[in-house]
Design a protein around this ligand. Structure first.
Ligand SMILES: [Zn+2]
Length: 378
């Protein structure tokens, strides 16, 4: 929007690579991860063989997609009640992922996590009530054969499965969050997180083995996602715990190079080689006017040549944080590999840079410090 406030802190790109935006609901961008295509192909594949029309197959897939999306919006709306904005919803094959702006407290997390599966239960109950009022139930056995007549029952069954699956008490499922928030009431957050992530990995190994044993490769596929999700959640939670209590300026890079807007892509390339920096703030005098990432630099070298100005290749919208906010609040900005945010004070002056690389160095140092104080208590 041309009339938007000039200093909006909204990052425009997704934190998860390989996804495309499809819509915005309640102000939350909805994105589709490319692996979602695999699920569509699979559903079409099993749908084609059955005794249902193409329209019913499409309707079934659409209904399940909508169910997963409504599940995520359930999280979004409850999070909003606690004043937590959702920065994006990404749809993966085994479910959606909502990115909250900040990590909810244990009690908030409990209700936010419960909201998603509850939506699926409500959809299932509503559909089953509707079916019962019209014709009565069909036997569960009949649902194995998809037909046009049992579409509503199959959507209800799908939602019941989403409800149960998401309540498994293991990361990254909602049940894992519920478990973690209960555990966090009586023990340190780090321990609670470790247990929930460990449960997720154990469950994934069990599912994977069962899948291999039964020759059910869908289960192996799901197990893989659960394992990766559990490890990722565990690492993210560890990052949050190890950075808590520190402001952004404690971890930011203060020794870095910038480019002036009149410099060329050639100058930028030389600086890229001469330093270990990947991203360069672009300045107009003392004011930051953009950020030139390594990818944009290489792209500009390819399309515009070395004599083009950096101001034509830089991004004018880039992640920015204040030096005094908690470091934990800046973590979502640095989730992807190679992510970079500029640290700017309220007057717009550049104070430092924050990258995913130096954040992991900060976390390594914190880990070492904590281990050292355990080994040699004062
Ligand atoms: Zn959920």
């Amino acid at each position: 929007m041309p009339n938007g406030p000039p200093h909006e802190d909204k990052p425009k790109q997704s934190f998860i690579s390989g996804s495309v935006g499809i819509a915005t609901i309640f102000g939350v961008p909805i994105r589709l991860h490319f692996t979602f295509i695999l699920l569509l192909v699979f559903l079409l594949f099993i749908g084609v063989g059955g005794q249902q029309s193409g329209a019913t197959t499409a309707l079934y897939i659409l209904a399940l997609f909508a169910s997963v999306l409504l599940h995520e919006l359930g999280h979004t709306l409850v999070a909003k009640r606690y004043g937590i904005r959702t920065t994006e919803i990404v749809m993966f094959p085994i479910g959606g992922v909502s990115r909250p702006e900040r990590q909810p407290k244990a009690r908030e997390e409990l209700w936010i996590a419960l909201a998603g599966p509850t939506v699926n239960l409500l959809i299932a109950v509503a559909l089953l009530a509707w079916v019962a009022s019209r014709q009565g139930f069909v036997a569960l056995e009949q649902l194995r054969q998809p037909t046009d007549a049992n579409l509503a029952e199959r959507i209800a069954l799908g939602n019941l499965m989403l409800w149960l699956f998401n309540l498994l008490p293991a990361y990254p499922m909602d049940g894992g969050r519920i478990l973690r928030s209960f555990l966090a009431l009586h023990r340190p957050e780090e321990e609670a997180t470790r247990i929930a992530a460990g449960a997720g990995q154990a469950l994934a190994v069990f599912m994977g083995l069962a899948g291999l044993l039964w020759g059910n490769y869908i289960l192996v596929f799901v197990a893989l996602f659960v394992y990766l999700g559990a490890s990722q959640e565990g690492a993210a939670a560890r990052g949050r715990i190890l950075t808590s209590g520190f402001p952004v300026h404690a971890a930011m890079i203060t020794d870095f190079r910038t480019l002036q807007h009149g410099e060329t892509i050639r100058d930028a390339g030389n600086l890229l080689l001469a330093t270990s920096q990947h991203d360069f703030p672009v300045m107009h005098g003392d004011a930051v006017i953009g950020l030139l990432t390594r990818a944009a630099l290489v792209r500009a070298m390819l399309t515009d040549g070395p004599d083009a100005y950096v101001s034509g290749a830089m991004a004018r919208e880039f992640p920015r944080v204040s030096p005094d906010i908690p470091l934990t609040d800046a973590l979502p900005l640095l989730a992807g590999p190679g992510a970079c945010a500029l640290v700017m004070d309220e007057d717009g002056y550049l104070k430092g840079m924050l990258t995913s690389e130096n954040l992991s160095e900060f976390i390594l140092l914190r880990q070492a410090t904590m281990a050292q104080s355990k080994l040699h208590p004062q």
